[in-house]
Write a protein that binds this ligand. Sequence first.
Ligand code: CO
Length: 142
Amino acid sequence: MSGSAASTGPKLSAIDHVAIAVHDLDAGIEHYRVTYGVDVAHRERVESDGVEEALIKVGGSYVQLVCPTRPDSPVAKFLAKKGEGLHHVGYRVADCAAALQRVIDNGGKVIDEVPRPGSRGTTVAFIHPKGGLGTLIELVQE
Ligand code: CO
């Protein structure tokens, strides 16, 4: 029965972050500070992804502003193609490897075949938007 299949095994536990691609990180931070009254909790350059990101805490989740640090960064390509806007959704999971395996077992198209280090000391894996309701998804294990 499909109902019982959904309720067992690895599952999403929370929205960890909503990532928004921006051209100018400082301007993005200022926009959220002035417009929504929220400020940066964590800022980090992730060289492997070619991004600098700012995490703005909203309740138990974050808005993650991501800005490319080099022209060949995937976020730079996204900005060139689509402009600023929603880039991906990060879902919190207890076990990234197990959650990733579940996606693979159910025919999902993954970007990361195995979990890798993310920002804030997290372990992450990205799922391709194709076959994933058009949404780039990041599984995040704290
Ligand atoms: Co992310």
